[in-house]
Design a binder for this molecule. Structure first.
Ligand SMILES: NC(=O)C1=CN([C@@H]2O[C@H](COP(=O)(O)OP(=O)(O)OC[C@H]3O[C@@H](n4cnc5c(N)ncnc54)[C@H](O)[C@@H]3O)[C@@H](O)[C@H]2O)[C@@H](O)CC1
Ligand SMILES: Nc1ncnc2c1ncn2[C@@H]1O[C@H](COP(=O)(O)OP(=O)(O)O)[C@@H](O)[C@H]1O
Ligand SMILES: [K+]
Length: 459
């Protein structure tokens, strides 16, 4: 599991550790990890030209000590001090190692180390920092802890900021490493363990091993009913394809049986494509709404009345309030969530975390906000971010497949938060697997799920 802690949590853990370690030890751990990460990127130190952008705090201190490490290995290191003060020990260490302070000719560097601000950054970057970033545009950047200029604890970006190739963070991940738009500014994120002892994290990202432990697998004595039956109420005369794709997601093999109880107009198509799918009857979970058109309200009513967990997607999201307080997963994209909350789509896309959490609280259900890094929020504020996937997944009908897949996980007994986060992880990873030979369509994603599950590590 990747865990993202808040700045106050990191500060508290740091204070705890600082009290037990010799002075400067923590920064040495951080700077050493940073220095080797820069070395990794450069391939070698000797003769390479490194520019440190140094702010007034400990983030700049990390950059200066890492610069000293690189200078001792033969790199030409220069530090551009962006403030009237800089970490004194770091400045002395860089000088002692042969590094230079000031007199910078920006175009000539192999890498820029962004030590402007980390978790102590407040508000927009100051003009001097913005000018420095403009001067080094085009040079690869390693960000220290966080890309300067992004909001560390929300993932929001409001103004100029660093766009890094690599971000080297310390002790734990922060929200900005997972949640867009800030996550897009991080590049590859590398975590350096500095020994912090941390509490439970409010934001996390499942990894393959976590998914392997959560994904339902049949027991020796299971039969189809004990594995769970998922029912699909999707599709309409206008949108029969949505029925097919929802069923395709539900019929990836993770539940024991799939029932189709949608528009009769789509039934023959469903039967022809999925002969294993049966008609209406008892289910352990419902998937409602994809392409449901005018039948959406009735589908939500009947599914809620059944008392089993449900996935509410697409057209049914307009009636999501009917599922309030039920074990439910609502699966809007940004435009749909904007309508649910009566705000502009741009507002949602600027503040993913805030809006996913707000909707989860307001609808008292798990909300899965679809995007590049999908955000899954529980009413109590806990969040999982999906980091699997590929831009090829932005294809019509992919959301229908996701709804069906999550429904099958609910039917198999996963709670809504687990079903949503595991389903979303599998969906993204299946898209990546399916797209290894090129472009994909939604049904390719469903078709790749079984092969993907086969690659999961044995728990
Ligand atoms: N907390 C921890 O556990 C550890 C922290 N370390 C480093 O320390 C950093 C935090 O250091 P600090 O608390 O000194 O804070 P930072 O160095 O992140 O930033 C604070 C400094 O930047 C200036 N500043 C704030 N907002 C600015 C803005 N918008 N534009 C320009 N300058 C701005 C402030 O005047 C302040 O002096 C971490 O990000 C990490 O790099 C590591 O050395 C080791 C462990
Ligand atoms: N840029 C992107 N990178 C990765 N995944 C994306 C991107 N854009 C969208 N997605 C994913 O693609 C799917 C699109 O679903 P959705 O918007 O519901 O489309 P549809 O309604 O056509 O099915 C979602 O799972 C979403 O997370
Ligand atoms: K930084």
């Amino acid at each position: 599991m990747i865990r993202a802690h808040t700045t106050p949590q990191v500060r508290a853990a740091e204070a705890d550790l600082l009290a037990r370690l010799p002075e400067g030890a923590l920064m040495q751990r951080a700077a050493t990890g940073l220095g080797y990460a820069v070395l990794d990127l450069l391939g070698a130190a000797y003769g390479r030209r490194v520019l440190l952008l140094v702010g007034s705090g400990d983030n700049g201190g990390d950059a200066l000590y890492a610069g000293a490490l690189l200078a001792r290995r033969g790199a030409q290191v220069e530090a551009w001090l962006l403030s009237s003060s800089a970490h004194e020990g770091g400045v002395a260490a860089l000088r002692a190692a042969g590094g230079r302070i000031g007199a910078v000719r920006p175009a000539e560097f192999d890498v820029v180390v962004d030590g402007i601000v980390g978790i102590g950054g407040r508000g927009r970057l100051r003009p001097g920092a913005v000018a420095a970033l403009e001067a080094v545009a085009g040079v690869p950047v390693v960000a220290v802890d966080t890309p300067s200029g992004v909001d560390v604890d929300t993932g929001e970006v409001d103004g100029p900021h660093v766009t890094a190739d690599v971000t080297v963070t310390f002790g734990t991940h922060k929200t900005c490493h997972l949640v867009d738009p800030a996550a897009q500014a991080c590049g590859a994120v590398h975590l350096v363990d500095i020994g912090l002892d941390l509490p439970e994290a409010p934001v996390e990202a499942l990894q393959a091993a976590d998914v392997a432990a959560l994904v339902p697998r049949p027991h020796l004595d299971d039969h189809k009913y004990t594995r769970g039956v998922v029912g699909v109420r999707a599709g309409s005369a206008a949108y029969p394809g949505a029925a097919l794709l929802s069923v395709a997601g539900a019929a990836c093999g993770l539940a024991g049986m799939v029932r189709y109880d949608g528009d009769p107009a789509a039934l023959d198509l469903v039967r022809a494509a999925h002969p294993e799918v049966v008609g209406p009857g008892r289910v352990q979970a419902w998937v409602v709404g994809s392409g449901s058109d005018t039948g959406a309200e009735d589908a939500v009513h009947r599914s809620v009345a059944d008392g089993v967990p449900l996935v509410v997607d697409a057209d049914a999201l307009a009636f999501a309030a009917l599922a309030r307080g039920r074990p439910a997963v609502l699966t809007p994209h940004a435009g749909e969530l904007a309508r649910m909350l009566d705000v502009d789509r741009a507002e949602v896309e600027a503040r993913w975390l805030e809006h996913a959490r707000l909707a989860a609280r307001r609808y008292d259900a798990v909300v899965l906000l679809k995007g590049r890094h999908t955000v899954v929020a529980r009413p109590d504020g806990r969040v999982r971010v999906t980091t699997t996937g590929t831009p090829w997944l932005a294809t019509a009908g992919a959301g229908d497949v996701l709804g069906g897949l999550i429904g099958s996980l609910l039917a198999a007994g996963l709670d809504p938060f687990a079903a949503a986060s595991v389903g979303s992880w599998l969906h993204g990873a299946a898209a990546t697997l399916a797209s290894r030979h090129g472009p994909i369509v939604a049904s390719d994603v469903a078709a790749a799920v079984p092969a993907l599950v086969a690659t999961l590590p044995t728990p």
